[in-house]
Design a protein around this ligand. Structure first.
Ligand code: PEP
Length: 261
């Protein structure tokens, strides 16, 4: 059985002081839930770069994992303003979000670049959470599967089966991110099944069955249980609701309840 992964993408929110407050609130809301349950759910927070160290120091004793929201495809050197995989690993990150639609849209990140970053993350023992998703125009034009296929093939290009099995894919329909519009559980699950089948064809069914595929797009404490109970939805990548400790804790709890069934 695949372990659910509930991840908070804080985006460009929370300075170091605000981070300390939110992490403290999260610890208070989430750790009693974890201690009272044996259900396996991985919980991840992805604050901005400037908050990673303080967050890491504060979560040492609790079962929260740490991830970044971006990194360089390069090893090291003259790349002013960039942060490397080695740097993230050295401060205790286990994950990195790559190719988020906001990075694709505002920073013109391509599948090729996201592929290079993902390989670099894997090389340093970081799990890339690779985001894919169609725009509203693409969905309405009926080309969702074509878009997803191109993105998945592109971001996983020239990876070995072992490497693909170590990746996480986040299906995030662009029209559902930060808009309050959620894909219906059936709509989301259909795309998740499409991605899993595609990975099965490109690599193997063993890899596809292991692959964690998260849903992202206005997931909240009200809709999480239904989304997370779908056969191929293995967790959530949560933006807005991850900035509220109670809402994020409720999503974690929903994941645990579903995993128990
Ligand atoms: C995201 O940014 O990955 C996201 C899913 O945001 P939101 O939950 O706010 O839609």
């Amino acid at each position: 059985m695949r372990k659910k992964l509930i991840a908070g993408n804080w985006k460009m929110n929370k300075d170091i002081h605000e981070t300390a407050t939110l992490v403290e609130q999260l610890k208070n809301s989430i750790t009693p839930t974890i201690q009272n349950s044996n259900t396996p759910v991985d919980i991840l927070i992805c604050p901005p770069f400037t908050s990673l160290v303080i967050a890491k120091m504060m979560i040492k004793e609790v079962p929260l994992k740490l991830g970044a929201q971006n990194m360089s495809q390069h090893e090291e050197g003259a790349y002013t303003g960039e942060v490397s995989a080695k740097m993230l690993k050295s401060i205790g990150c286990d994950y990195v979000i790559l190719g988020h639609s906001e990075r694709r849209q505002y920073f013109k990140e391509t599948n090729e670049l996201i592929n290079a970053k993902s390989k670099q993350a894997l090389k340093h023992g970081l799990t890339p959470i690779i985001c894919v998703g169609e725009t509203l125009e693409e969905r309405e034009a009926g080309v969702t599967e074509d878009i997803i296929k191109t993105q998945v093939k592109g971001v996983l290009s020239e990876m070995t089966s072992d490497e693909v099995a170590k990746c996480v894919i986040a299906y995030e329909p662009v029209w559902a991110i930060g808009t309050g519009k959620t894909a219906t559980p059936e709509q989301a699950n259909q795309v998740h099944q499409f991605i899993r089948k595609l990975v099965g064809q490109l690599y193997s069914w063993t890899v596809a069955e292991k692959l964690i595929i998260q849903y992202g797009g206005s997931m909240n404490d009200k809709n999480a249980a239904e989304l997370l109970s779908q056969s191929d939805i293995d967790g959530g990548l949560i933006g807005g609701a991850s900035l509220k400790a109670d809402a994020f804790a409720a999503i974690v709890l929903a994941g645990m309840e579903v995993a128990k069934e």
